[in-house]
Design a binder for this molecule. Structure first.
Ligand SMILES: Nc1ncnc2c1ncn2[C@@H]1O[C@H](COP(=O)(O)OP(=O)(O)O)[C@@H](O)[C@H]1O
Ligand code: SF4
Ligand SMILES: [Mg+2]
Length: 377
């Protein structure tokens, strides 16, 4: 999306979104006839459009299997789309040749849920971090060892970690190594696919705060994929809610959590336990089976579970209607539903909130000093 704005000197400048996604789709054939004809297809991502400005943390939430990881991989061009366009800094990356694709890969990196699976167990941490430096020729060879030390410090690991192997580290430390590897090529965009889901709660807060520190220091842009709304609320400034391959709501994080518009977003928020038993919370119980992604329901894909369903919903697909550039809902009844009861939104337990605050203060101090002292376990 191209936005016009007036700078301090009164001149007009064109600002291009860092990432623009237009009508992106990817279907997987999951069953074929004996003659190889498609018999069953999953529409993992089915016509998704959005844009992200530099410095945003774009949260992507939805139930397991709704297409979040597929969307992340499409954006990085790790898999090819069926249709649609992806523009990175205004350049169509769906049509890039080999050398431009290499440059794009340097700009856009991925962090996985399971860092152990993504780190080669036979390589030392130094070799793991040298690999992208060598591949993308980021720094001249005499300076590469020094860069490895800097990267380790940046993610809060001691330089002595360089000579060790991934299995010698805890889960949180391995995720730090994976973050260092992503940072090695100085990317602009990082797709974080459930980066803290496999970690203990206390470690989770450290890694989230590290990601936030790094974003502040290097102006990074994140696509943050998670099924955990509490985590997304903590880190994202914009959120898209996904159901069966499509966006059903797009909103600034504060607005989504204070006044969700789509019945599915309301149900996701209502499903999160509130730690305070006195707190009131609108409860929306989803009845009906979770539809199969192979044969999604006609009309609104949520209609078999929606408490507000009307006849029109069963036949007519609701479009994602934008009321502002950053606020959109796909629901026939978005205008006439009762306002969502004020809900606290996904809340963390008091102890986790305290931990988050404590670690935020520590990591801020570390960042300011440019050092860290967390070593291998
Ligand atoms: N390579 C693949 N082959 C067949 N089906 C796939 C493949 N990758 C994903 N899918 C299917 O696409 C849907 C979306 O998957 P995914 O993007 O992993 O969801 P999420 O990350 O939201 O859990 C699921 O039904 C999944 O089974
Ligand atoms: S379009 Fe109808 S079924 Fe779908 S979310 Fe809105 S009210 Fe519910
Ligand atoms: Mg996934």
């Amino acid at each position: 999306m191209v936005t016009l704005f007036l700078c301090a000197f009164g001149k007009k400048h064109l600002v291009t979104a860092l990432l623009q996604v237009e009508d992106l789709a990817r279907h997987f054939v999951v069953q074929r006839t004996l003659f190889g004809r498609p018999l069953a297809t999953v529409k993992a991502v089915d016509g998704v459009s959005f844009s992200i400005e530099a410095g945003d943390t774009f949260g992507l939430v939805g139930e397991s299997g709704c297409g979040k990881s597929t969307l992340g991989r499409l954006i990085l061009r790790l898999i090819e789309p069926q249709r649609g366009r992806i523009l990175f800094e205004g350049k169509n990356i769906t049509a890039l040749g080999e050398s431009d694709l290499r440059m794009f890969r340097r700009n856009a990196q991925l962090i996985f849920q399971d860092p152990y699976a993504s780190l080669n167990p036979r390589m030392t941490v130094e070799q793991i971090l040298l690999e992208p430096l060598f591949l993308h020729d980021v720094v001249p060879s005499p300076k590469r060892a020094q860069r490895v030390t800097e990267l380790l410090r940046l993610v809060g690991l001691s330089p002595s970690a360089a000579q060790r192997y991934p299995h010698e580290f805890s889960g949180g430390q391995r995720q730090r190594i994976a973050i260092a590897r992503a940072l090695a090529v100085e990317p602009k965009l990082i797709v974080c696919d459930e980066p803290v889901s496999a970690l203990d709660v206390s470690i989770r807060s450290q890694v989230l705060n590290l990601l936030r520190d790094l974003q502040r220091r290097f102006g990074l842009t994140y696509i943050f994929i998670s099924h955990d709304l509490a985590v997304v609320k903590h880190i994202a400034n914009k959120v898209a809610v996904m159901n069966l391959g499509q966006f059903v709501e797009l909103a600034p994080a504060r607005e989504l959590f204070s006044s969700p518009r789509h019945p599915y977003s309301r149900a996701l928020l209502a499903a999160i336990p509130v730690p305070n038993p006195q707190a009131r919370r609108e409860r929306i119980i989803l009845h009906g089976e979770l539809p199969s992604p192979i044969a999604p329901p006609p009309g609104c894909r949520f209609h078999t579970r929606c408490p507000f369903v009307v006849e029109r919903c069963r036949t007519e697909v609701p479009k994602l209607e934008f009321e502002r550039q950053d606020r959109a809902v796909a629901c026939h009844r978005a205008g006439d539903l009762p306002p969502a009861e004020p809900v606290a939104g996904p809340r963390m337990s008091r102890s986790l909130e305290h931990l988050m605050a404590a670690f935020a203060r520590k990591s801020d101090r570390r960042a300011a000093a440019g050092v860290d002292m967390i070593g291998p376990k």
